[in-house]
Design a protein. Sequence first.
Lengths: 499, 462
Amino acid sequence: MSVTGPRLQPTIFELGRSGRGGGKIPHPPKDALDRIPTAARRAVPPALPEMNEPDVVRHYVNLSQLNYAVDTGFYPLGSCTMKFNPKLNEWAARLPGFANLHPMAPDAAAQGTLQLLFELEVALAEISGMRAVSLQPAAGAQGELTGILMIRAYHRARGDSERSEVLVPDSSHGTNPATASMAGYTTVTVPSAADGGVDLDAFRAALGPRTAAVMITNPSTLGLFEARIGELLTAVHEVGALAYMDGANLNAIMGRFKPGEAGFDVMHFNVHKTFSTPHGGGGPGAGPVGVGETLLPFLPEPRILREEDGSFRLERTGERPTSIGRMRSFVGNTGVLVRAYAYIRAHGGSGLREVSDDAVLAANYLKHRLAGTYDIPHDRACKHEFVASAATIKKRTGVRTLDIAKRLIDYGFHPPTIYFPLIVEEGMLIEPTETESIETLDAFAEALIAIAGEAATTPDLVTGAPHDAPVRRLDEATAARQPNLRWRPMTGVQTPCPD
Amino acid sequence: MLEALGLTSVDQLFEDIPPALRATRLDLPEPEPELHLAARLSALAARNLTDLASFLGAGVYRHWSPPAVDQMLLRGEWYTAYTPYQPEISQGTLQSIYEYESLLAELVGLDVVSASHYEGAAATAEAALMTCRATRRDRVLVSRAVHPHYRETLRTYFGGDLELEEVPLVGDGDAAGTTDLAALERLLGDTARPVAGVIAAQPNFLGLLEPMPAIGELAHAAGALFVAVVEPVSLAVLAPPGEYGADIAAGEGQPLGIAPQYGGPYLGILACTDALVRQIPGRLVGLTTDLDGQRAFVMTMRAREQDIRRDKAASNICTNQALLALAASVYLATIGPHGLRDVASLGAARASELEQALAAVGVPRVHTGPYLNEFAVRVPDAPAVHRRLLDRGVLAGLVLAEAEPDDPSLADGLLVCATEVTTAEEIALFADALGEVLGGRPPTAVEAGAGSDRRIAAGGVR
């Protein structure tokens, strides 16, 4: 066992010992459950581990040290905006007045949170140029579904029942077509133009009376602003369809481009990207949606309303019959939204514009540093992220983008997003964010340049990477073919605990 | 950096935005220094009334969350990482998810647990969609005693080609307030419209215990799948879905150490039998080995997910609630199996005391069937009484006329609950205040402020 290096851990099931734990909850009276019919009671108690608190704490602290995180280093995961998460926001969300508030408490007991949420809606509407915002969706993908369901409700309300298709560019996030399917639409994928932007002619050819919506990410997943966006939005509206903007890349354009003013009908925000709320190892996020005038009647319920006396209240169920209804229980991921609110207030209008300026500057600087060593398929000013490619390196050395990504781990960096968007061969989508120093950007560029050199001179070093991580590359095929998705004692026999 | 790029202004990097579409500024307040912002946030938080003797549950419950839970979550290695796309440097998150899957599998008695959905209602909607995919049928029945927010969410998700119908509740007798089995059988008997899934909650929204085995048998006899909506703490003492033949379990994981925080982030529980593993949406983490044969964990069966399958994916879910799944795991490990049983049992004991105290001031239960720790009581003019009690520092549960406006049998109902953090003093305060309000005597000044110095012993993870 290493003293300083990361240590693999036994599972908590292996750590448990009969009789350990306790001291947390007073013992209930012996007859507490006597009034529960035997038939409704549990026959076999759950086999949960019995542990003392020190062992629990050590287990989770040691496990945490096997993770790479923004708080430990540079995490340029394209499309995910892994910026620093200000610590004030964690403090704020834990204030007892916020944390202990029950979601079905009467409005009179929730005025502080309701005011905060109302002000956050106003701020997001200003940032996006939208007419109004709902904070209800729990994540970006749920925001997408909310938006597409509103579009469906809009067409139905007009008696327009022929629209069955949603158009997405081939560079789109997987959530876009998956969302369209969930809402009962057929996805039509439109190829991108050679310059990486939307192919206006291809879109025009695909648009028609069957088109319900077009989903566009702008800046695109290639990190490029859609220069033809004005023409595209006009074309969409000409055929009676509506335009959805995937707001995943909002971090690039705050104060520079307002989707609602440009003509988008609806968009979602990923507050865990743009507004610095933590990614949590996969979540939670929050995915508010903003709408223009057209979709205003269809916003999910409940909306947050300000009364004439200045107090706030939640809309009652059924109060607005045009609403698409609820997307989830309660008002939203409020704890996440408190953090987003704090971030927006800390930066203010001028600060948010600087955030975007700095994110874009950092990405262009990094792209500039890597050009010449890596292919840059779309060599024009990028926004907050850009795609580099190892296609030429692969041709010359056989070393793939996957290998380069794994080798970056040995250099102490989290790899970028790889093989996305799908339309770039051997692509890596690099998003540095505005919270990184030039020293970090330089160190990362130098690592990638050094790895390109290794690919030529010592390719095995790269293809065998990572060498310094807690584990080496994994057998993903067996994991998928013979899934082991829960602990059973036998598992431990087959593959002994590492320590 | 500008110099390296040969630029003089960052504006040059935004010249690709068509001039007609360029924004010039954001009309938002000025940047706020941390000191002032902290004061603003504190003041907003203080405007909420949370120092109340609370008997409000209705799907979200106050529990003691050992401080170890939140302190583990505050480690940046957990909360500032993202989806473990690079397993070599994400073994912490991956193993914690595998442990979560395993812990919840024990609790619900089903083999496959998804690595988290948004919250209980969205998880239930995903469960309903699973039943349609698995059976290739498009009609789902949901008991009216499932949480109204869950039923509303189901309606939203089912607004397209799928059909959703509610199963009424028994009107009177000992089974009043639970799913009407005869009505369920009739709905299932419509063979022209075969049913994909039947959804019922245990305990149900009114706190009552449902005849889950019987509901499951009826569903299965009609070729439908059975979805149990569960509250995880109750599973320490109540039969788990796996014991009564449910195919899918869905539910709200908030009671496992997560603070109420006005609606989230919470933890959507979704679990199923092995037979449905290809249909379950959301992340799955499995055990495997690395090149050296060392045990390790990895995201698996990814062909169900949107970033691989796009429009053919099982769901569009991407970001989930991984950090809250971690909270639930740390909670379960810290509190342990005996502790969890004590939490559930003590809640039941406190609820018995609450029932007796309210009965003593002339406030009876609405129903007579068994409950665990939550039940409805009948109070004349419940909305007004609820408001008056709030002035006295008591949050007297949920006004059922507002939550279930279409059910006349609940018009005078308050839904109240107790948990292990409920104290005898809080129960006495509630009963006394209720007795006085119903007795018509106006509160004295002292009584009116009686709740103001109370501190609620509910910590938790946010």
